[in-house]
Design a protein around this ligand. Structure first.
Ligand SMILES: CC(C)(COP(=O)(O)OP(=O)(O)OC[C@H]1O[C@@H](n2cnc3c(N)ncnc32)[C@H](O)[C@@H]1OP(=O)(O)O)[C@@H](O)C(=O)NCCC(=O)NCCS
Length: 212
């Protein structure tokens, strides 16, 4: 078990595919692995929705999200993804923590950060597909609830994520990211940790580093 760590959250760029890939291969079944072209498409599409967490040189978690519309899903490995003209939710494509670092509060932090991105993008809802038995996590940390798809096309898209996949939606309750700090995230020796490269606008070059 990891007991001494100092995590940093930073924007994930097109150069980070190998780090992204190492994390996803640690955390997901083969069905959910995404190829490089799909990764690059999402980074290009919405740079402010791609974040990676590192413990020193070690990649440990990531968040991939982008504006989308409610009651629609994004297929895995979609390389021709386009942002909708009138988005009404932030779609969390993936929040992923490697096995060794799970249950330490990092997922909670990623969910809080997604809310922050939704806030900056003026989106009132968040949506996702829960897989690998993560629905209780989403209920607990993000107040997501399951929405059963009605449209056959939506049901087919959901089925492609496996038999236990659930489409979940949450109404955002916005709060400052500083208030989401979890004691579990503190470095056990220096009592210092979680540096956040906060995104201040909707463009990737307008950022400020903040120690919390
Ligand atoms: C799901 C995941 C993102 C959660 O991240 P995490 O860092 O392990 O979660 P946290 O430590 O922040 O947990 C927050 C709370 O949710 C609970 N929780 C975490 N994972 C859970 C799960 N799978 N089921 C039920 N509860 C869970 C924790 O016990 C904790 O509760 P507490 O605050 O009362 O102790 C992470 O386990 C993961 O990446 N799993 C593999 C990839 C995956 O399936 N991602 C989800 C894709 S939809």
């Amino acid at each position: 078990m990891v007991t001494d760590f100092a995590l940093q959250l930073r924007p994930m760029t097109k150069h980070d595919f190998l780090l992204f890939d190492a994390i996803q291969r640690d955390a997901y079944l083969p069905l959910f692995l995404e190829n490089k072209a799909a990764f690059l498409r999402k980074v290009e599409l919405f740079p402010d929705g791609n974040w990676i967490v590192e413990d020193g040189p070690r990649p440990v978690a990531y968040l991939v999200c982008h504006p989308w519309v409610l009651n629609d899903l994004v297929p895995l490995n979609d390389t021709s993804l386009r942002l909708p003209p009138s988005p009404n939710c932030l779609y969390i494509h993936s929040a992923t923590v490697i096995l060794e670092y799970q249950r330490m509060g990092i997922g909670h932090m990623l969910c809080a950060h997604a809310k922050h991105v939704a806030h900056l993008s003026e989106l009132t809802y968040m949506a996702l597909v829960s897989v690998q038995d993560s629905k209780q996590f989403w209920r607990k940390v993000g107040r997501f609830h399951t929405v059963r798809p009605v449209e056959p096309a939506m049901r087919d898209k959901l089925a492609a994520y496996g038999p236990d996949a659930q489409y979940m939606v949450a109404r955002c309750v916005w709060f400052p990211i500083e208030s989401t700090k979890s004691p579990a995230l503190y470095n056990s020796t220096s009592n210092k940790l979680w540096t956040i490269n906060r995104c201040r606008g909707t463009t990737s070059h307008d950022r400020q580093q903040t120690d919390t």
